[in-house]
Design a protein around this ligand. Sequence first.
Ligand code: UDP
Ligand code: MG
Length: 337
Amino acid sequence: MVQDEGEEKETGKLLSVVVSVYNEEQALQDFYRETSQVLQALSWDYELIFVNDGSRDGSLSILQELSRQDSQVRVINFSRNFGHEAAMIAGLDYSRGDGIVCMDADLQHPPECLSRIVRCFEEGYQVISMVRTKNEDAGLIKNLTSSAFYWLINAISDVHFEPNASDFFAIDQAVAQVLRTSYREKVRFLRGYVQNVGFRKTTLSYEARPRVAGESKYSLKKLFAFSVNTILCFSNMPLKLGIYAGMFSAFLGIAVMVYTLFTRAGAPSGYATIVFLICFMFAMLFVVVGIIGEYIAILFTELKDRPVYIVADTCNIDHGKACSRIDSNASRPGNQM
Ligand code: UDP
Ligand code: MG
């Protein structure tokens, strides 16, 4: 079943499939079996790059075993959990393919789409966004919050986000190089960059399957934090809120001043007005200070310039070196290509 490395396919093209893995021991074997079957039927060569994002279960040993059996399986093992996005970025950094596909390890992104993706690459497309038509696993709350998020971000940012675009996407080597060199923000939204770098772009639709095994690693809390960061990264609108809040409260203040001027004969009264005004002004002030705080936190994170990920060791990377240790730090092999 395993394709020999020496046996090149006639197109001479290479497809890199990047898979982020976090505690997926129950899904990995199924994923590997199904995906390699599809990949072997393609006209392109392939490499299957698994990024182990600090899994605490048996995922790493399964991956190491797969990499021993199959030379097209490569493993990047992080020193700890850095998150799904960091794992995709590492995968992009290490990919050598003419086309690169990012997908999840839980089979929610159907491997049979890979042949359509390769066809799009052959037609000259450079960015292929996979749009979900159905998500069997997402509940009502996840669907509603996701719609609200996309509505808001499209309303207040300059760029457009495809509402049902997923972490399932494909880009060619040129686009990957742009992402490697110019989009190294620490607080980021990779899907957003992919949709907004330009180049020849197309979308394909797919039906998300239910998770093959295990549980979703994204809690609502994680999703909320992720959405706030994305909005702040792609829009300065919240920062400008201070000006609007200021104008609104100034207008209200003047109205109250005028009112007080005309009703001062019957004083003392106006207790309710004072309480209302103080509460309102402070609420406004704290919201604005909070928003500024969020932006400062992002600036601080960027300024520290810590690595996006740290690789502890790799398997089948660097042409033939079976398993190697890499010094810490986010070495970016892609940059040297
Ligand atoms: N994942 C990861 N690091 C994390 C969380 C998730 O690499 O910190 C991987 C996970 O193993 C899966 C993919 O990212 O392959 C998507 O995660 P999940 O299926 O839990 O998210 P959902 O599909 O529920 O949004
Ligand atoms: Mg999933």
